[in-house]
Design a protein around this ligand. Structure first.
Ligand code: ASN
Ligand code: ZN
Length: 322
């Protein structure tokens, strides 16, 4: 069961709301400098109390605990991406501290954003390693905070799958930006680094080929569709938020690889502008988002640009636009 939580990849809604913390901390005016992250890494010491014991603050040397230092590094890489690419100063664009807790619980096979901070389990060691091992997973969780601030996409059904997809999109682009990888060089996998050798699979999700990330005796088969004709109607996973996210994920992949420039220069700014557009509501579906990306691709690159065509073609190819 505990492995399934991550493969189905969610906390049930009731757990989710119980875990939600009080309002996020305000910017610490004495410490926040635009363009510089303000990281605070805590350890839950295998309990489930948040945020736990403070173990590494901004500017302090490496701690020596791999989970602590990975959380610090990948939160920093994510901050740098949002700042350098979009001029965004942290989750709230006002220098909000980046609070991460590692060693959450025992054998905990997940990571999450709780409304105020990011939380990372160590994994059970059998199928999953620590969740800080993958930069795109750390960036995925931080991006849930960004999405909550900018649109508040309701975490159920299509708006929830869109929420999940945006977390994967910016998560994977953070990894590509950090590694200096073009869209063609990238693996487009989410969470490859946190699977053990025992898992029959490559990652938690593949944006290039949803549904093919794993096929394992314990985890089962990757349930993600890559086209609207295979959209999964389910009560599980808040209406399949981690399942149907495969469809918009693949659209982003297709648009990115159709273009020469790296994803952070080509389509990530288009997706970012669409996410922040006032026309996107908390309950928007895939089609509404797709229309906004096409509009922003035209606005950013020109009416008949290759970029606008690539974005439009990508949504057609996954069956969201017909
Ligand atoms: N790892 C999951 C995620 O961030 C946790 C959850 O289901 N909310 O999507
Ligand atoms: Zn998520």
């Amino acid at each position: 069961e505990r492995q399934r939580r991550c493969a189905q990849q969610t906390l049930q809604a009731d757990q989710w709301f119980r875990l939600r913390a009080s309002p996020p901390p305000a910017r610490d005016a004495a410490r926040a400098v635009a363009g510089r992250p303000d990281r605070r890494i805590h350890s839950a010491d295998h309990e489930q109390t948040l945020p736990g014991r403070l173990v590494r603050e901004e500017g302090q040397a490496a701690h020596g605990d791999a989970a602590v230092d990975e959380a610090y590094e990948w939160l920093g890489a994510t901050y740098r991406f949002y700042w350098e690419v979009f001029g965004r100063d942290s989750i709230d664009d006002r220098g909000m501290p980046l609070i991460g807790t590692v060693h959450y619980g025992r054998d905990y096979d997940n990571a999450f954003w709780n409304g105020a901070q990011m939380v990372f389990g160590d994994g059970d060691g059998d199928l999953f390693r620590r969740f800080t091992a993958a930069p795109e997973v750390v960036a995925h969780e931080l991006t849930h905070g960004v999405i909550e601030r900018d649109v508040g996409l309701v975490y159920a059904g299509q708006s929830g799958a869109l929420n999940e997809s945006l977390a994967d999109v910016f998560g994977v682009v953070v990894k590509q930006y950090h590694a200096g990888q073009t869209a063609q060089e990238a693996d487009w996998l989410i969470g490859a680094a946190l699977l053990t050798d025992r898992v029959q699979g490559r990652a938690l999700r593949s944006m290039e080929a949803p549904g093919t990330a794993y096929d394992d005796p314990v985890l089962g088969r990757d349930p993600q569709p890559g086209h609207m004709r295979d959209f999964v109607d389910t009560q599980a996973d808040n209406g399949g938020v981690h399942i149907n996210s495969g469809i918009p994920n693949r659209a982003f992949y297709l648009a990115a690889v159709a273009l020469e420039a790296p994803a952070w220069e080509s389509v990530a700014p288009v997706w970012y502008a669409a996410m922040r557009d006032d026309a996107l509501s908390r309950e928007s579906d895939f089609a509404a988002f797709a229309a906004l990306t096409v509009a922003h691709a035209r606005r950013q690159h020109g009416e008949g640009s290759r970029e606008a065509r690539a974005v439009d073609d990508a949504w057609r190819e996954v069956g969201v636009v017909s």
